[in-house]
Design a protein around this ligand. Structure first.
Ligand code: HSE
Length: 439
């Protein structure tokens, strides 16, 4: 392809500013960066302060003007949110433009629609920035690990919550106080719900599962629990028992239920605060960093680690995608061989198992009377439902009561729920104070 590759930017917030900054400073980067030209930028308000100095003539408040500009070859969507972002991505595809987006919410819910539209229009939609910020994880799952039978993808894929959990663990600080600090430092949004309720991580694990297992998953069916109910005392007890607490997102193949080749591939997905043994590779991932552990056959375990959010890291991933498109187009002097978003033409059906069938270890904390036989009765309820206990510890026993912490071996959620119901009915148990996952 002769000449420069025109880039149109939809959004000039944190990530858009980071992208513009790289495009305006190509010196000493890959030579192809110098062949990218920022053509137009859509912003919401022409009078707002900019994160980067830009020629004002590039700015418009009309995203369609960016998409339809004949000099724009690649549309970069960094507006975020579901609408108008989804419609603008589809509009760009319909206009024959390739798209780069960091929008995990749109891709997790509308990835299939977008991939099919991209394949029909023979354009690219690349999403490296949608998961893990600057960490290369999308292209490795799509390409480098393609020969593996992936069994499990798990990780810390939300920087805001990992920052909060790290400070709770290191300082013994309370959730509310750390959240307030995180907001003041700009790590957490004024409305932190998408992060602290686990919704952002659920979008991301749905995308990773689609790539790892080669089929779309129902985002709305991902069991999701965040950290807003997490108490410092559980972080402390977990620490005493040899664990850190992380907001873990997990996608795994239910290997014991391998279907006939025509049946949907059964998968289990979840997002929840989880105890991670201190010698596990994910336990040392602190602050706003993210890490994704991919387990497959024959590769074994591979971990991807790095900065999971922020202007620079996310822009690094966006520009890499633009360069991929520019490079392929240049090499083929045309639209080239289309490898759209998620290779949707070869997807297989996947189904999420019932949440009662999800198997894992559990951490639970009960408030009880400090009386003879309590631990025995609690243990009996677990044993009668075939829930095997790995450890049971009593903390803080006094006249006012006691706390019993139990870590189980791997059991189904259904067995666990039945045991918990029976335990909460015991007269000496005053309540279930915490219930977390455990690796
Ligand atoms: N809010 C996200 C996080 C960053 O805290 O990880 C964007 O995906």
């Amino acid at each position: 392809m002769a000449g420069k590759v025109g880039v149109g930017l939809l959004g000039l917030g944190t990530v858009g500013g980071g992208v513009a900054s790289i495009l305006q400073n190509p010196s000493e980067r890959h030579p192809l960066v110098g062949e990218l030209e920022l053509i137009r930028v859509a912003v919401r308000d022409l009078n707002r302060p900019r994160p980067v100095a830009l020629d004002e003539s590039l700015l418009t408040t009309d995203p369609s003007a960016v998409i339809q500009d004949p000099a724009v070859d690649v549309v970069v969507e960094v507006i975020g949110g579901l609408e108008p972002a989804r419609s603008l991505i589809l509009q760009a595809i319909a206009a024959g433009k390739s798209v780069v987006t960091a929008n995990k919410a749109v891709i997790a819910r509308h990835g299939q629609e977008i991939a099919e539209a991209a394949a029909a229009a023979r354009v690219y939609v690349l999403i490296e920035a949608a998961v893990g910020g600057g960490i290369p994880i999308i292209e490795p799952l799509k390409q480098s690990l393609g020969g593996n039978r992936i069994n499990r993808v798990s990780g810390i894929i939300n920087g805001t919550t990992n920052y909060i959990l790290t400070r709770m663990a290191e300082e013994g600080a309370a959730y509310d106080a750390v959240l307030k600090d995180a907001q003041e430092l700009g790590y957490a949004e004024a409305d932190p719900a998408a992060d602290v309720d686990g919704l952002d991580a659920a979008d991301k694990i749905a995308i990773l599962a689609t790539l790892a297992f080669g089929g779309s998953v129902d985002r709305s069916a991902v069991p999701t629990d965040g950290i807003s109910g997490l108490q410092g005392v559980d972080v402390d007890y977990a620490n005493q028992l040899g664990y850190g607490v992380k907001l873990l997102a997990v996608a795994e193949r239910m290997a014991e239920r391998m279907p006939n080749s025509d049946d949907p591939l059964p998968l289990s997905l979840r997002v929840q605060p989880t105890l991670v043994p201190k010698d596990h590779p994910l336990a040392g991932v602190n602050g706003v960093n993210n890490a994704i552990l991919v387990e497959g056959d024959p590769i074994g375990r591979v971990m991807f680690y790095g900065p999971g959010a922020g202007a620079g890291p996310t822009a690094s991933a966006v520009v890499a995608d633009i360069l991929n498109i520019a490079g392929i187009r240049k090499a083929s002097d045309g639209p080239g061989k289309v490898d759209p978003l998620l290779a949707a033409s070869s997807w297989r059906p996947c189904s999420l198992v019932d949440s009662g069938d999800i198997r894992q270890r559990h951490y639970v904390r009960f408030k009880t009377k400090d009386a003879p036989g309590v631990i025995g009765n609690v243990g009996g309820c677990f044993g009668q439902r075939n829930v095997s206990i790995q450890s049971i510890v009593q903390f803080n026993a006094s006249d006012a009561g006691a706390e019993i912490v139990v870590i189980t071996h791997e059991v189904s959620q259904r067995q666990m729920n039945e045991a918990l119901e029976a335990i909460q009915a015991l007269p000496e148990v005053s309540g279930l104070a915490a219930h977390l996952g455990c690796l």
